[in-house]
Design a protein around this ligand. Sequence first.
Ligand code: GDP
Ligand code: IMO
Ligand code: MG
Length: 421
Amino acid sequence: MTVNLVIGTQWGDEGKGKVVDYYSKDAYYVVRFQGGNNAGHTIKVDKEVYKLHTIPSGVIQGKIGVIGNGVVLDPEILIKEIDELKKRNINPKLLISDRTHIIMPYHKILDGAEEKYLKEKKIGTTKRGIGPCYSDKVSRNGIRTCDLINKESLRKKLDLIIPIKKRIFEAYNIDIKLDKKKILKTYAEFGGRIKKYTAQTHIELNRAIKQNKNILLEGAQGTMLDVDYGTYPYATSSHTISGGSCIGTGISPKKINEVIGVVKAYTTRVGEGPLPTELFDKYGKHLQEKGHEFGTTTSRPRRCGWLDLVVVNHSCIISGVTKIALTKLDVLDGLDKIKVCTKYDIDGKKIDYFPSDITDVKKCKPVYEELDVWEKIDESVSSFSHLPKQAQKYIKFIEKKVGVPIKLVSIGPGRNETIKL
Ligand code: GDP
Ligand code: IMO
Ligand code: MG
């Protein structure tokens, strides 16, 4: 029995979908534990490309996907995703925690309104209602899956919540009417559709552990978007680090075996906020174009920069990463220069940790080490020794600087373009 965890170590989009698909082979349950449909996880199998936002990536391998209590769930999007997968001959097996909080229409409207209000100080959210939904959870105004499948309970909650939201709408000058009757009808119908999937998933997961079944936990976003350890306030509203997986599933930390940190061979970020190694030159353009760096969820271009090992170290320490999956190494093909940031210079002082204060982060100038370049990694390479010598050195350099072994190297989006070390 193993409980393994996959998390992003940067600003999301590290290739978690592909890595989860790879490790799903051996899993019985594949579990999302935080975030919502702000995530976009891509899995490429031969010519088929799947982009999942809510459903755990393991369903593509035919595994049971579990949506844990820590997730915020947009039932409309979930139902769409289920229907789309069915059209593609995948009938996803799912379990949804009855404690999962529901993203309501007013959450999505407020996400947009808050961003508009912030103007140039906006976070650059995905506008999926994630922040407002988590805010309601913490302030105890949330609606959970168990309310959605019980119309009376949903009615009572809406009676309480809708008048409050109306007042907030007024404060933001939002000219949209919240129709309680319509919301009740629509969301009770959603509840009817998803009822068959709901369960006390923490009981199911702990039973599976007792029965020696393997569980794979699928993180969304990345450490630098964590609400505590990311570039706050330019962060998401959940705990993306390993600790979040225990809260979001009801699995004890003592049960987790491997923590697999996904590291993209360079750095990207969507949305606002500091990105110390960001490039605005031909190298940034190369990474953006060759890496097809456009958001899976919002199609926004991702900002690109050199690999930042201060960030990766920060992540590996906080989450206790035991092995690294290095992705998108092929994107560095053909460059005439490769740099990796190993420290920051802040007002002339060298530091190797990530500052807490955003004003300090903005002052950080990356200190780089330059590494050897290579021409091209052949798609068919299946072992470390057949990689270009310089690419091997790049891998060894990261391992040495971070002190965590790299056990998987991804050299293309496809399922087979993966090297096990
Ligand atoms: P996630 O959010 O961490 O699951 O990552 P996304 O799916 O949003 O973005 C990663 C993108 O890179 C997807 O389009 C993947 O198909 C693609 N990808 C993953 N691994 C590799 C790789 O090793 N090389 C290349 N070129 N693309 C990759
Ligand atoms: P995956 O799982 C990259 C970013 C948004 C924004 C910030 C807050 O695919 O890696 P939110 O809508 O969560 O309130 O937005 O977080 N963001 C992501 N960036 N990958 C993601 O998910 C992201 N999910 C949220 O762009 O900067
Ligand atoms: Mg993504």
